[in-house]
Design a protein around this ligand. Structure first.
Ligand SMILES: CC(C)(COP(=O)(O)OP(=O)(O)OC[C@H]1O[C@@H](n2cnc3c(N)ncnc32)[C@H](O)[C@@H]1OP(=O)(O)O)[C@@H](O)C(=O)NCCC(=O)NCCS
Length: 392
């Protein structure tokens, strides 16, 4: 198999569902912007050179529905013969899209593919607009449709992850994110046009555009006391709160993936190799343990050991599950989510895998780390993980 190189990997800021900067920005606009930006940032690349665009989206319906990969690429002005697809593996969708793009390059079927992700949780809510679980099957396997918050409670209860430990983890996520924001370390963010509607004197609304260049969910004033005072939101007497859960967020991200031949032809310098990707299933009612299964499977596939990995991005769907996975694998917390995770920065479902790829690569470059792992749990009971190798 050939190598697949990631040349550029970027993201929009992550902004709070319904309250944040992108609440009036249509998902097609977020995605077409980041697709344009990723081409612009790849000097030597033209839109006509791209063969396919694969976009992860967890709830591909309504404004982000039909085939958003194709629609947004046409809005972005890619030529008609550049194709587009939508990929869904819930919270791993963005990573799945990048992995499928990399596979296309590795197999020799394509030379340049864009993989990315999108979710507007403002426009399309978690669970979709009209969930329709199978009437008979739900009686046998209701857990397949379980609330993600309940699965987080299950992990906390079954594996003894205390409320205090969850809150401490959430506090650290907020602290690290605030510090990284203040030091301007989120180099992978591209300032993104956002829409707002302002009321005019005559009572009509005017559509305006402003630039958003930071993640607006970070709560710099978070304290352990403040977190401890929050009530559980998913189960009476439970431990999962608004403070130790991932935030619901709007965002988009994209990566350009190329073969070695095209790197040379276009004179482009790659950032990393996309080395390995794997997925694994687990019980749906404790889907949060996914990374604890997927990461060892990835290491076996790569013939590597966890101690070879310099940095991890493990999605913080909930503090209970992220903490369980980190402890179970015995990973040094100093190597995980060094600029905070989804508790502070948000988890725009189908975008997250592509967003974490951009963040991980930026952090690997900043720290000079050769091997990085990205992983997440996935609704329905799965884990996904990928290995990236920085090009010196
Ligand atoms: C938990 C959840 C229901 C909370 O939703 P929400 O009420 O919209 O959350 P918010 O972030 O607006 O927080 C609500 C309140 O909690 C409090 N709060 C949240 N974070 C806090 C913190 N770090 N410190 C102190 N208080 C905090 C605040 O009072 C806040 O209200 P405010 O914004 O008006 O100050 C929602 O974030 C959720 O469902 N998350 C999980 C999403 C999910 O399942 N994703 C898939 C995973 S697989």
């Amino acid at each position: 198999m050939r190598d697949a190189y990631i040349v550029t990997s970027i993201r929009t800021p992550g902004c709070k569902r319904s309250k944040g900067a992108f609440k009036d920005t249509r998902p097609e606009d977020l995605l077409s912007f980041i697709l344009n930006a990723v081409v612009e940032k790849t000097k030597g690349l033209e839109k006509k050179d791209v063969e396919d665009i694969m976009i992860g989206c967890s709830f591909p319906e309504a404004e982000q529905g039909l085939n958003i990969g194709r629609i947004a690429s046409q809005i972005a002005g890619f030529p008609m013969d550049v194709t587009g697809a939508t990929v869904n593996r819930f919270c791993a969708s963005g990573l799945e899209a990048i992995a499928q793009s990399a596979l296309r390059v590795m197999s020799g079927w394509s030379d340049i593919v864009i993989g990315g992700g999108l979710e507007s949780m403002t426009y399309v809510p978690l669970g979709g607009n009209l969930p329709r679980p199978h009437p008979e099957y739900t009686q046998k396997m209701a857990d397949l449709y379980a609330s993600m918050g309940i699965t987080a409670e299950n992990v906390a209860n079954r594996y003894d992850v205390s409320r205090q430990a969850q809150d401490e983890f959430a506090y650290q996520s907020q602290r690290k994110a605030a510090e990284a924001k203040n030091k301007k370390l989120f180099k992978e963010i591209v300032a993104t046009p956002a829409t707002r509607y302002s009321v005019q004197k005559d009572g009509t609304y005017k559509k305006e555009t402003f630039l958003q260049d930071y993640d607006d969910g970070i709560r710099e004033d978070t304290t352990l006391e403040g977190l401890a005072n929050l009530n559980p939101v998913f189960a009476a007497g439970g431990s999962v709160t608004a403070g130790n859960s991932s935030q619901m967020t709007d965002g988009a991200a994209a990566s350009v993936i190329m073969s070695e031949g095209k790197l040379k032809a276009l004179g482009v310098k790659p950032v990393a190799k996309f080395k390995f990707y794997t997925t694994v299933g687990c019980k749906p009612d404790e889907m949060g343990i996914g990374p604890a299964l997927a990461i060892p499977k990835l290491m076996k596939l790569a013939g590597m050991d966890l101690k070879d990995i310099g940095l991890f991005e493990i999605n913080e769907a909930f503090a209970s599950q992220a903490l369980y996975c980190i402890d179970k694998l015995g990973i040094d917390q100093q190597k995980v989510n060094i600029h905070g995770g989804a508790i502070a920065l948000g988890h725009p479902l189908g975008c997250t895998g592509a967003k974490l790829c951009a963040t991980l690569l930026s952090n690997m470059q900043q720290r000079g780390v050769k091997y990085g792992v990205e992983s997440m749990c996935v609704g329905g009971g799965m884990g996904a993980a990928a290995l990236l190798e920085l090009i010196e």
